[in-house]
Design a protein around this ligand. Structure first.
Ligand code: NAP
Length: 313
């Protein structure tokens, strides 16, 4: 008979790993399932400088995640590397079916994350973390006095562009239409800001550079004209921030868990609408998606999973 874990954590990003640390430390038998590399979004983040206590100069997101994973292992959390294809969450024992095995748990903590929608230009993957970013809170400080471009026209794009003006010397919003979707109040602030410029009806077609992002080709959708933008010679690079929406990883749970716009709805204890099922991190409906909030969610979810087990035995 297969082992029934107290807690199965789905996802090895900061939320899942923090859940693993807290569940393991509470002596709950714990399994963390991750399909790829630990760290989720921070696995591709060059430097994390806003996680409290993380002051190791130049430490990458992958390295921080590796230390979290070590800590979870130290407290006894087991690991499985598998892609979960199907879940059955109702009932006392929850079942997760993957390509390599079937996993059973009394509780499940969903920490599958949400990922920024890619800009969709050629060569994009090569420059993520090397000029391309999807998080101004995380990376704006690296562009102090550089030029940056922001793709998108919604609230996120315009708010983040405003935030970026505190660091960059010039911020250009590249939008595929000739009017913004963002709230009027946010638009007004952007139009009144001398550092913010606009490229209307424009999409980014490709990016390039020698290691760091230093050129891109943009296309005007109305007249089809292509323009190559190159970095100022002294800078050697520029920033390109994508804010064209997020894609939560929640398809597996459709029809079983309450979702809002694809994000899992929880209460303040990370409980979903299904008993014994919790969600933590970016997959949740929440206002700030950061490592520190993901880790906090994971801790709360693990403690609540322990309480749920105690109360139901
Ligand atoms: P959003 O409102 O969906 O806006 C996405 C933007 O990206 C739109 O301007 C869209 O262009 C553009 N876009 C989408 N796909 C694209 C593509 N493939 N290529 C180029 N451009 C593309 O997303 P969001 O700004 O992340 O906001 C998400 C939700 O959070 C919204 O409900 C928003 O109101 C909310 N939010 C609120 C606040 C706040 O209240 N302060 C702050 C941030 C976010 P089109 O306009 O042409 O469709």
């Amino acid at each position: 008979m297969s082992k029934v874990y107290d807690v199965i954590v789905l996802g090895g990003g900061p939320a899942g790993l923090a859940a693993g640390i807290y569940a393991g430390r509470a002596r709950l038998s714990t399994l963390i399932i991750e399909k790829g590399q630990d760290g989720g979004q921070i696995a591709i983040t060059d430097e994390i400088e806003n996680y409290p206590g993380q002051t190791i100069e130049g430490e990458s997101g992958a390295s921080l995640a590796a230390r979290m994973a070590e800590q979870a292992a130290k407290f006894g959390a087991e690991r499985a590397s598998d892609v979960i294809k199907e879940v059955s969450l109702e009932g006392k024992i929850k079942t997760l079916t993957g390509s390599k095995g079937v996993y059973e748990g009394k509780t499940v903590i969903i920490a599958t994350g949400a990922f920024p929608r890619p800009i969709g230009c050629d060569n994009e993957g090569k420059f993520v973390g090397k000029g391309i970013s999807f998080c101004a809170t995380c990376d704006a400080a690296f562009f102090e006095d550089f030029e940056v471009y922001v793709v998108g026209g919604g609230d996120s794009a315009v708010e983040e562009a405003l935030y970026l003006t505190k660091f960059a010397r010039k911020v250009t919003i590249i939008h595929r239409r000739d009017e913004l979707r963002a709230a009027k109040s946010i638009q007004e602030k952007a139009f009144a800001n001398d550092k913010i410029h606009f490229m209307w009806d424009t999409v980014v077609e490709s990016v390039d550079g020698d290691g760091l992002l230093s050129s891109m080709v943009v296309r005007n959708k109305k007249n089809g004209e292509r323009t190559t933008i190159t970095a100022d010679e002294e800078d050697g690079m520029f920033g390109l921030f994508g804010f064209i929406g997020y894609l939560p990883k929640s398809e597996l749970f459709e029809g079983q868990i309450d979702l809002d716009g694809g994000y899992i709805v929880t209460d303040a204890d990370m409980k979903t609408n299904v008993d014994g099922v919790f969600a933590a991190g970016d997959i949740r409906v929440k206002s700030l998606r950061q490592v520190v909030t993901a880790a906090a969610d994971g801790a709360i979810a693990a403690v609540q999973a322990g309480k749920y087990i105690e109360d139901s035995e």
